[in-house]
Ligand binder design. Sequence first.
Ligand code: GLN
Length: 229
Amino acid sequence: MPALRVCSLYPELMNIYADRGNIAVLRARCEWRGLGFEHAAASLGEPLDPDAHDLFYMGGGQDRDQIAVAHDMAATKRDALHAAAGRGAVVLAVCGGYQLLGHSYELGGEQLPGVGLVDLHTVREAGPRLIGNCAIAGFENHGGRTYLGPAERPLGRVLSGHGNNGRDGFEGVHRDTVIGTYLHGPLLPKNIWLADRLIELALGVELQPLPDQRLEEGAHASALRAAGV
Ligand code: GLN
């Protein structure tokens, strides 16, 4: 049986709203199917082996932690992430992590570098934080507004909530195996179909549904109701 090899980027710094719960979901859904699961981490100053992992994961973070992470990622992990995505490894980044997938995060007069995996930029503009439940997938709380480049596709469209910037109705980004999203909850416990899809993409396998998939359909419907959709 193949094993899903996951690498968490900056897990001690980038983990708002229990974003590490996404890892627990990936682990459980692999193990329930008899697939192996390996979990490694790479933090400040540590190099990244693009071939050693099938899925690279980064959660959300406070602005102050993102400053150190942004500079470190550009210096020590940018090339490896491009190589990994280029060979079809999955990159999943949530909120603060998502903001660093693009070209830059403009924060208080400073231009933080992104790794440039996708064509987007984020700006910490004046105005309220974008907070609340965002149907269909999770909870959002971010000050940065993200704008996709013209050829970039969003992960989804906002039915209720704010999404990337509160204006264009887009949420997240999805280019091949690279996914960024503002949604916590954490993301994957609320969207187990997405967890399974990521495992499929990362391992190049096709998975059969697990029995809890029916439960998720019910949860999904009540989340939409709660969000007034
Ligand atoms: N610090 C970023 C912002 O507020 C990201 C926050 C987060 O990851 N929840 O925009």
